[in-house]
Design a protein around this ligand. Structure first.
Ligand code: NAD
Ligand code: TYD
Length: 360
C-alpha cells in the first residue's frame, strides 16, 4: 500500500478514515477524490495530521477520463471507495443521484481499476479495490432473527440500500469475472465527529441544543447496531493490511438500542453536559412524527468472521461513544454554523418535515 485513492474522503466516514490512515500508516500518500456534494466539506479535512501526504482532488467518481488520469498520474495501487449518496430519506424522495453515484460511479471506478491494473502485461501486482458498504443490503430483521452474516442473502428495501447492493454485486462480479483484487466490508450505522446533521444522532444533538423538536419516526422502536466511527476506521485498515482478497466482512457495534432509547440517552447526556440549558429536561422536545415509508425495523451484525480472522472488535461502548460525540459537537460550533448556512440543508430539513408533519 503506497498510493491510495480514497473516494468520498470529505464526507463523514471518509474524512475520519483519512485522519486515521495518516496517523496510522506513515508510508502512504492519500489522493482524496470528492465531488463535495451537500454531504462533503473541506471543513471536515481541517487540521489533518501530516497534510503533506494528502492531496485533495475535487471531482466526480462518474468522470471516466478523470479517474483514468488519476490512476496513471499517481500510480494508484489501492482504492478505498466511500463515495456515495448515503441518506435513506433522500433516496426515497430523490433516488436518481443514488443510482448515478452508487451504481454508475462504482462501475466507473471498477472499470478504471481494471484498465489500470489488469490490462497491463504482466498485471500490476499488490493492488486492491476495497469497497465500503452497509448492513442495509441485507434488509430488515424481525425481533428474534439472528444477526446478519456475510452469507445472509441480500434483500435491500430502500432505493439507497438497493443501489449499495447493486454496487456490492458489481464489485464481486469484477473479482469473479476479471480477477480484480478486491475486499468488501458491510458496516452498521456509524456515529461520531463530522457526521452531517441529517442523520439521527447529530440531528438530535443539534436540534436539542437549539430547543427544536426531536422528530422520532413512527413508534421509535426500530433498532440499529450503532458503531463509533473510529472503530469502523480501525476495522477497514485491518482489512486493508491483513484480509485475503475476495473476502467480505461484516462490521458492527454489537449494540441493540431502539431509536427512542438513543434519543432519550442523548437527552440525558445533554442534561448533564449543558446543565444550564433552558431546554432541560431535553426529553420534553421529543415528538413522534410520521414514519419513513418502508422503514426497516431492525439491523444487527454478526461480527464473528472479522473477530476470529482479523482479531477486530469495537473499542468504544455506546455510552462512551455517545458522550464523546455530544462533546465533539459542543466543541465545534464553527463547523456547525458552516453546515447550518448551507441553503441545501435548510431546504431539505423543511421539505422532509413538511411532508412528515406531527403524528400526535
Ligand atoms: P456521507 O454522505 O457523509 O459522505 C459521502 C461523500 O461522498 C461526500 O463527501 C460526498 O461529497 C461524496 N460524493 C457523493 N457523490 C460523489 C460523487 N459522485 N463523486 C465523488 N464524491 C461523491 O457518507 P458517509 O456516511 O460518510 O458514508 C460513506 C460510505 O460508507 C458510503 O458508501 C456509505 O454507503 C457507507 N456506509 C455508511 C454508514 C453510515 O452509518 N454513515 C454505514 C455503513 C456504510
Ligand atoms: P439514519 O441516521 O437516517 O440512518 P439509517 O436510516 O441509515 O439507519 O436513521 C437511523 C434511524 O433513526 C432510522 O431508523 C430512522 C430514524 N430516524 C428518526 O427517527 N428520526 C430522524 O429524524 C432521523 C433522521 C432518523
Amino acid at each position: 500500500m503506497k498510493n491510495i485513492l480514497v473516494t468520498g474522503g470529505a464526507g463523514f466516514i471518509g474524512s475520519n478514515f483519512v485522519r486515521y490512515l495518516l496517523k496510522n500508516e506513515i508510508n502512504i500518500h492519500i489522493y482524496n477524490l470528492d465531488a463535495l456534494t451537500y454531504a462533503g466539506s473541506l471543513e471536515n479535512l481541517d487540521n489533518l495530521p501530516d497534510p503533506s501526504r494528502h492531496t485533495f482532488i475535487h471531482g466526480d467518481i462518474c468522470n471516466r477520463e478523470l479517474i483514468d488520469q488519476l490512476f496513471r498520474q499517481y500510480a494508484i495501487d489501492t482504492v478505498v471507495h466511500f463515495a456515495a449518496e448515503s441518506h435513506v430519506d433522500r433516496s426515497i424522495f430523490e433516488p436518481d443521484a443514488f443510482i448515478q453515484t452508487n451504481v454508475f460511479g462504482t462501475f466507473t471506478l471498477l472499470e478504471a481499476a481494471k484498465r489500470a491494473w489488469l490490462e497491463n502485461t504482466p498485471p500490476i501486482p499488490d493492488v486492491r479495490f476495497h469497497h465500503i458498504s452497509t448492513d442495509e443490503v441485507f434488509g430488515s430483521l424481525k425481533e428474534d432473527d439472528p444477526a446478519f452474516r456475510e452469507d445472509t442473502p441480500y434483500a435491500p428495501n430502500s432505493p439507497y440500500a438497493a443501489s449499495k447492493a447493486a454496487s456490492d454485486h458489481l464489485v464481486r462480479a469484477y473479482g469473479h469475472t476479471y480477477g480484480l483484487p478486491y475486499t468488501l466490508t458491510n458496516c452498521s450505522n456509524n456515529y461520531g465527529p463530522y457526521q452531517f446533521p441529517e442523520k439521527l444522532i447529530p440531528l438530535m444533538i443539534l436540534n436539542a441544543l437549539e430547543g427544536k423538536p426531536l422528530p422520532v419516526y413512527g413508534d421509535g422502536k426500530q433498532v440499529r447496531d450503532w458503531l463509533y466511527v473510529e472503530d469502523h476506521c480501525e476495522a477497514i485498515l485491518l482489512v486493508l493490511r491483513q484480509a485475503p482478497l475476495g473476502e467480505s466482512y461484516n462490521i458492527g457495534g454489537g449494540n441493540q438500542p431502539t431509536n427512542l432509547e438513543i434519543v432519550e440517552n442523548l437527552c440525558e447526556i445533554l442534561d448533564e453536559v449543558v446543565p444550564h440549558s433552558p431546554y432541560k429536561p431535553h426529553r420534553q422536545l421529543i415528538r413522534f412524527v410520521a414514519d419513513r415509508p418502508g422503514h426497516d425495523r431492525r439491523y444487527a451484525m454478526d461480527i464473528g468472521k472479522i473477530s476470529t480472522q482479523l482479531g477486530w472488535k469495537p473499542r468504544h461502548s455506546l455510552a462512551e461513544g455517545l458522550l464523546a460525540t455530544v462533546k465533539w459537537y459542543l466543541e465545534h460550533e464553527e463547523w456547525i454554523a458552516a453546515i447550518r448556512q448551507r441553503g441545501d440543508f435548510k431546504a431539505w430539513m423543511q421539505r422532509n418535515y413538511a411532508q412528515r408533519g406531527e403524528e400526535k
